[in-house]
Structures are given as structure tokens and as C-alpha cells.
Write a protein that binds this ligand. Structure first.
Ligand code: SF4
Length: 433
């Protein structure tokens, strides 16, 4: 993987030596408790406004989508499930014929669809339904009127944020070529529009242009990619997308992630450094938002300092969020669990974790719960399925999926991010009074 080597830009990052993480990672394999990649449709369909997501799956997949995304009553939803029936699963029906019929009916009814994603699931993978070939066939059938792409949201061996990574990888193959001699910055990972707008303004003030975001707000506006593209990951779960774009000549800017003041400063600084912009100009541009964020963060730091927190593996955001909570809020990390440790995208973050931390990769649920019960941290960040049983055992919890839905990146969101962790602690305190 080619990267743009960037030395630590922010003064407060300088001098951080990488701890001997290798020796301290607890690797686990066993029963896991995570959502599947279909969950990504919940935020992707809001972000990419001309896209439709057609899951090819079972009734379970349909239920998951409807309960996670809610049922829209007044608007036509931009996601649906083509349910594989028993006859399909038993190989008695031609699934491709059925799929062609469902897609034709959908496109006849919905002229607003610019890009249609066929989303694979566990059932479609088990019966080896080749959705990529189906997407090519359907694109030809509909004469290029609609771009039809396929990606997998299956829960086999994946966690829920990987659905976004596979979706963006499918889009990466469609991106136009950046002309030779031009350069651009490409920010990877979906961000709420309000956060994207803030970052776009900061990049403009820094003098970095053009800046594109993947995913874009409209799939018909796919940004270009080529030798002059610098990649800046805003989310730590876009490893396959990065690899696909590097195949097309793009270079990755190494950085931590824009969570908290320190992370956002370093992230913008890394982009500026790669663009050839000096640290003094960066400091001047970010001075006002940094001061605002510091004022907002102060009250939450008081509430969070000294509190013990455990992350169970779920979203892939655990390491950057743990770094933010430890270094900027004074929390004590008891255990940080990640579904998988992607060192390509997390090496700068690993270097900032406190020494002696228990870092675990993968999951063996019962063993992890045993450790949690021994540790009894003040707060546990976990998936929805574990939160209620743990609350019943007297442990305060935070849903990790909420951290993906909520605007939490950037300077202006740093106090909101801290507040998300302070809220369950305050609730527990009030209940105890
Ligand atoms: S894709 Fe797999 S894990 Fe996800 S809802 Fe469907 S069957 Fe369940």
C-alpha cells in the first residue's frame, strides 16, 4: 500500500513513540455479537440522495432493515428487500429471472433512481447468487439509463461498518479518471452533510482545492481519481476502498481521525502538510474553532475524568474514540475491543494509545463478558443486543451504532462527542440518588 509519509504536524503529537502493541493485542475468535453490513444502508441511503438499495436477502434481512432504518410513511423509501423464497433457496426457481423482474418493476415505478445497488446478504451468498454479473446484465438490459452496481452487506465474518466499505469500493471502480498533472484531495467515509460543509470550509480557508468527498451526495457526481489524488480517510473502516483507489494511482495521507480537538487538528494538519501548506497557516485557520471546542469540552472533561470505560468490538471506531476519551477527556481505558485491527489505517492512532492498555481484536463473547464483569467499568460501549442485558446487571452502556449515526467529527462536534459518553453516566447517577 503506498502512503504519503507525513511526520506528526501538530505540536502535541510530536514525540509520541509507538508502544509495543504487537505484544499486547489479545486475539480472540468465537461467538460474535455484531450487526451485519446491511446496517450501513441506514446512513448511506440518506447520504447518497439519488441511490436506491435493493437487498437480495431473506425476511430476516428485511426486518433488520425496517427496524434499523424505520418505516417511512410519507416518503417513498430508497431501500427495499427482494426476498428470496424457499423455492429460491432450494434451487427450484431461477433467482436471476426473479431478480430481473423485480428490478424492471422497480425502475418502471421509480424514475428518480440514478444508481441502483444490488446488496448481497448471507442467504444470497450461501446460494452463490452472483450479483456482480446480475448488475452487469441488468445495466445492459436497461440500456445504461441507471447505473447498477453490486456489493455485499452480508454478516458472515464482517461487522456493520464494513457494508459502507464494500459500497464505496463498488463506487471506486466507477469513478472517472483525474487528468494527468492535476491534483485533488479525496475525503473517504460518509459524513453528515453539516460536518462535510464545515470541513469543506476549513479546506478552502487552508487553500486546499479541489476537495471531493466519497460517498458524494449524488452518485451521479462521482469524483475523479488518479495519480494526483491524495486520500484522507475520515473513517477508520474504509480499508478496501483505500486499496481500490490506490490501485488507481491515489496516495493515502497517513493520519489519525478527526475526533476531538487533537484528532481534527492532526487530520487537517496532515492534509495541509501533504499539500505543501505550512503549520503556521494551519494554526491561524483553526484557531477560532479550536478555542470554541476547548470551551465546550471543558465541562464534559470534568464529568468524564477518571471514569473507566470498556469498548466491546462493534463499529471499528473504538480505537480513535478511545484515544479521544483518554487524552482529551481524562478517561481510563479498561479494554478497547475492535472487530479487526487494520494497521494500515490505524498505525498513527495506535501510537497515541496509553501504554499498558488491554487491546483486543475479534471476539469470544463469553470470555469478553467474563472480563467485563470482573472489570465493572463505569461505562461500556457495545452493540444494541448487549446493552439491555448489561444494564440489567447494573452496568451503564452506550450504543456504539449511535456514534456512527450522530455528527461527531470535527472541532464543533467535539463537545457533542464527549456529551454522548457523559449522558449515560449522568443518567446512572440520577437513578442512584
Ligand atoms: S445479511 Fe445475514 S446477518 Fe444480515 S440480516 Fe441478513 S441474514 Fe442476518
Amino acid at each position: 500500500m503506498s502512503t504519503v509519509g507525513v511526520p506528526p504536524v501538530a505540536a502535541n503529537l510530536a514525540g509520541c513513540a509507538e508502544p509495543p502493541v504487537e505484544t499486547r493485542v489479545l486475539h480472540e475468535r468465537g461467538q460474535r455479537e455484531v450487526f451485519c453490513g446491511l446496517a450501513g444502508i441506514v446512513w448511506l441511503h440518506r447520504k447518497i440522495q439519488d441511490a436506491f438499495f435493493l437487498v437480495v436477502g431473506s425476511r430476516t434481512c428485511a426486518h433488520l432493515l425496517q427496524s434499523a432504518a424505520g418505516v417511512m410513511i410519507f416518503a417513498e423509501p430508497r431501500f427495499a428487500t427482494a426476498i428470496l423464497q424457499d423455492r429460491d433457496l432450494a434451487g427450484l426457481a431461477d433467482c436471476n429471472e426473479e431478480l430481473d423482474r423485480v428490478v424492471s418493476e422497480l425502475l418502471a415505478r421509480r424514475s428518480d433512481i440514478g444508481t441502483l445497488f444490488l446488496v448481497g446478504s448471507c442467504p444470497s451468498e450461501v446460494i452463490k447468487l452472483d450479483l456482480e454479473t446480475a448488475a452487469e446484465r441488468l445495466s445492459a438490459l436497461h440500456d445504461g439509463r441507471v447505473r447498477i452496481l453490486a456489493y455485499t452487506g452480508s454478516g458472515i465474518e464482517t461487522t456493520f461498518t464494513q457494508g459502507e466499505d464494500t459500497c464505496l469500493t463498488a463506487l471506486a471502480a466507477e469513478m472517472p479518471v483525474l487528468p494527468t498533472g492535476q491534483r485533488s484531495l479525496l475525503v473517504l467515509g460518509s459524513l453528515p452533510d453539516v460536518v462535510e460543509d464545515q470541513f469543506a470550509r476549513l479546506f478552502a480557508e487552508l487553500g486546499i482545492a479541489p476537495v471531493h468527498f466519497l460517498p458524494p451526495r449524488r452518485a451521479s457526481d462521482l469524483p475523479p481519481v488518479g495519480e494526483g489524488t491524495l486520500l484522507l480517510a475520515a473513517q477508520p473502516f474504509v480499508g478496501d476502498t483505500v486499496a481500490a483507489l490506490q490501485e488507481r494511482g491515489a496516495k493515502l495521507i497517513k493520519s489519525v481521525y478527526p475526533f476531538g480537538i487533537e484528532g481534527t487538528r492532526a487530520w487537517l494538519g496532515a492534509a495541509a502538510h501533504a499539500w505543501g501548506i505550512g503549520a503556521e497557516h494551519v494554526a491561524a485557520v483553526i484557531a477560532a474553532p479550536v478555542a470554541r471546542a476547548e470551551r465546550g469540552l471543558a465541562r464534559y472533561r470534568e464529568q468524564l475524568a477518571g471514569k473507566r470505560i470498556t469498548f466491546l468490538p462493534d463499529s471499528q471506531l473504538e480505537i480513535p474514540l478511545g484515544r479521544f476519551l483518554a487524552r482529551e477527556c481524562g478517561m481510563q481505558l479498561v479494554e478497547v475491543g475492535v472487530p479487526y485491527l487494520d494497521r494500515r489505517l490505524l498505525s498513527d492512532e495506535l501510537a497515541l494509545l496509553p501504554s499498558g492498555l488491554r487491546l483486543s481484536e475479534g471476539q469470544d463473547l463469553e470470555l469478553q463478558l467474563d472480563r467485563l464483569r470482573d472489570d465493572r467499568p463505569d461505562l461500556t460501549v457495545c452493540g444494541l443486543g448487549l446493552a439491555n442485558p448489561l444494564e440489567a446487571e447494573g452496568l451503564s452502556t452506550k450504543w456504539s451504532i449511535e456514534l456512527v449515526f450522530t455528527p461527531v467529527h470535527g472541532f464543533d462536534q467535539a463537545p457533542d462527542l464527549a456529551e454522548l459518553f457523559a449522558r449515560p453516566l449522568n443518567r446512572r447517577q440520577r437513578l442512584a440518588l
